[in-house]
Design a binder for this molecule. Structure first.
Ligand SMILES: [Zn+2]
Length: 233
């Protein structure tokens, strides 16, 4: 079960947060967490905040007053219990294979109360409340667990090893055959016009995997076809 605290500032949000509203918000967040196979538990504690906290944002025509942010520290078995649950852990890791890179790095973990200041498993999202039917929609969900962090670190190391191959003069054909470690899509390179620096990124926009600013002492012959993008800014 999720316990959700709210810290609302405006009169509008305080009036909105009736016990029924808070229970409905908590049920929605609980259902999002329970339906995600990457978590170990449906238990957690969290906080819900309004995204717009000035009275001028709470007028009758305002829609932004229904925009909220939620952060939850989600329960996890003690490390001593994990060896007996190796299969469960393997299932979680295999669930991640071949999927786009998951957004990671929750900012502001100090939102959590002291004992949970550094939770290993978190859920964060923007919630939009629909007052006509009393429902919520979740946007920009971030799922971060020890397994997703470990998986992302391994895949990032693979991407960085591709960057090393490029500095070792990979041919254009070999480069074209590279695949994003997360989702298997083609990988693109962006060289600085000096040829000395480059970044790698996944061509699948939904994936957003990238590894930036590698130094190329001796760039491969095809680097001039890949000049541009953010590196030249
Ligand atoms: Zn990708």
């Amino acid at each position: 079960m999720i316990q959700l605290e709210h810290q609302f500032v405006t009169d509008f949000h305080r009036a909105l947060a009736t016990p029924i509203w808070v229970a409905s918000c908590t049920d929605f967040v609980s259902s999002r967490i329970s339906s995600c196979p990457l978590y170990w538990s449906g238990d957690g504690v969290g906080i819900v905040l309004a995204d717009y906290n000035e009275e001028r944002h709470t007028g009758p025509l305002s829609t932004c007053k229904y925009s909220f942010s939620v952060k939850v520290a989600v329960g996890r078995p003690a490390p001593s219990e994990l060896p007996s649950r190796e299969l469960e852990r393997a299932n979680k890791i295999s669930f991640l294979q071949g999927r786009p890179r998951m957004a990671g790095g929750l900012l502001g973990k100090n939102w959590f109360p002291e004992p949970l200041r550094s939770p290993s498993d978190c859920y964060a999202a923007n919630l939009v409340y629909e007052p006509r039917n009393g429902t919520f929609v979740a946007k920009h969900e971030v799922i971060e667990t020890e397994e997703t962090v470990e998986h992302n670190n391994i895949k990032l190391a693979e991407l960085q090893s591709m960057a090393k191959q490029i500095t070792n003069a990979l041919t254009a054909e070999q480069f074209a055959a590279l695949q994003c470690p997360w989702c298997g899509s083609a990988v693109d390179a962006n060289f600085h016009s000096s040829g000395r620096f480059f970044g790698l990124s996944c061509t699948n926009k939904a994936c957003s995997a990238c590894s930036i600013c590698h130094e190329s002492v001796d760039p491969p012959s095809w680097w001039r076809t890949k000049i541009g993008g953010w590196l030249d800014g």
